[in-house]
Write a protein that binds this ligand. Structure first.
Ligand code: AP5
Length: 217
C-alpha cells in the first residue's frame, strides 16, 4: 500500500502517518524529518536546507526528489509506505509519478486532511516532541499521560521545532497555498483523492483514514 497524506502545516499528517505506519506495518517517509536529521548531522544537504526551513520556505525540488528517490528503493519500502510532506509541488508530484511508473506502480490513495487556518496555527505553536524517541505531543490536544514523562520511552526531555513560531507559520501557510494546494486538483484529476475532516479528534481522524485504507484493500 502506498499512500500520500496531504495537507497544510499542522494538519496532522505526521501524527496520522506515525499511527497508521505502526498499525499497518508501513514505512513513514517524512521529508521534513529527513531534512531535520540532515540539518542535525550537518551534511551538505542539511546546511543548504536549514536557512530555508527556518524561514518556512520550501527546499528545492531537486533535493527532496533525490532524497525520496533513494529512500523508496530501500528494501523496507517494498511492503508499502506513507508519504508525509512529499510531494509539495507539482514538479515533485510529476517526479514521483515518473519514479513509480518506471516500476509499473502508482500511489494507491492521496488523503487530504482539511483543517481551518486558526486551528492550524494553534496546533503548530503548541506542538512539541520527545527528544529521545520523537513521539509527538501538544500543549493542549495531546499531553503525556504523566506530566513531563514521555508515554512511549519514559524520557523527561522534550524539544520544539525551530520553525514552529507565529512568524514562520505565515510563510509556511503561503508556501502551502502557492505551491502545494494545486496538488489537490492534480490528484482529484487522477481519481485517487480522498478528503478527511482533520478538525476531528486525533482518534476520529485516524478511524476515517483507516476506513479509506480498508476500502482500498
Ligand atoms: P514538515 O516537517 O513537513 O512540516 P509541515 O508540512 O509544515 O507539517 P507539520 O509537521 O508542521 O504538520 P503535520 O501536518 O505533520 O502536523 P502534526 O501531525 O505534527 O516540513 C518542514 C519544512 O521542511 C518545510 O517548511 C520545508 O522547508 C521543508 N520541507 C519538507 N518537505 C519538503 C518538500 N517535500 N519540499 C520542499 N521542502 C520541504 O500535528 C501538529 C500538532 O497538532 C501536533 O502537536 C499534534 O499532536 C496536533 N494534532 C494533530 N492532529 C490533531 C487533531 N486531529 N486534533 C488535535 N490536535 C492534533
Amino acid at each position: 500500500m502506498k499512500l500520500i497524506l496531504l495537507g497544510p502545516p499542522g494538519a496532522g499528517k505526521g501524527t496520522q502517518a506515525q499511527q497508521l505506519a505502526k498499525k499497518r506495518g508501513l514505512v513513514q517517509l517524512s521529508t521534513g524529518e529527513m531534512l531535520r536529521a540532515a540539518v542535525k548531522a550537518g551534511t551538505e544537504i542539511g546546511l543548504k536546507a536549514k536557512a530555508l526551513m527556518d524561514k518556512g520556505e520550501l527546499v528545492s525540488d531537486d533535493v527532496v526528489v533525490g532524497i525520496i528517490a533513494e529512500r523508496i528503493q530501500q528494501p523496507d519500502c517494498k511492503s508499502g509506505f506513507i508519504l508525509d510532506g512529499f510531494p509539495r509541488t507539482l514538479q515533485q508530484a510529476a517526479a514521483l509519478d515518473k519514479m513509480l511508473e518506471a516500476k509499473g506502480e502508482r500511489m494507491d490513495a492521496v488523503i487530504e486532511l482539511k483543517v481551518d487556518y486558526n486551528r492550524l496555527v494553534e496546533r503548530i505553536v503548541g506542538r512539541y516532541a520527545c527528544a529521545k524517541c520523537g513521539e509527538g505531543y501538544h500543549d493542549r490536544f495531546k499531553r503525556p499521560k504523566v506530566r513531563g514523562v514521555c508515554d512511549v520511552c519514559g524520557s523527561t526531555e522534550f524539544t520544539r521545532r525551530a520553525d514552529d513560531n507565529a512568524e514562520t507559520v505565515t510563510t509556511r501557510m503561503i508556501a502551502y497555498y502557492r505551491e502545494t494546494s494545486p496538488l489537490i486538483g492534480y490528484y482529484f484529476c487522477r481519481g485517487n483523492l480522498h478528503a478527511v475532516d482533520g478538525m476531528a479528534p486525533i482518534e476520529e481522524v485516524g478511524a476515517a483514514i483507516e476506513g479509506i485504507v480498508d476500502s482500498l484493500a
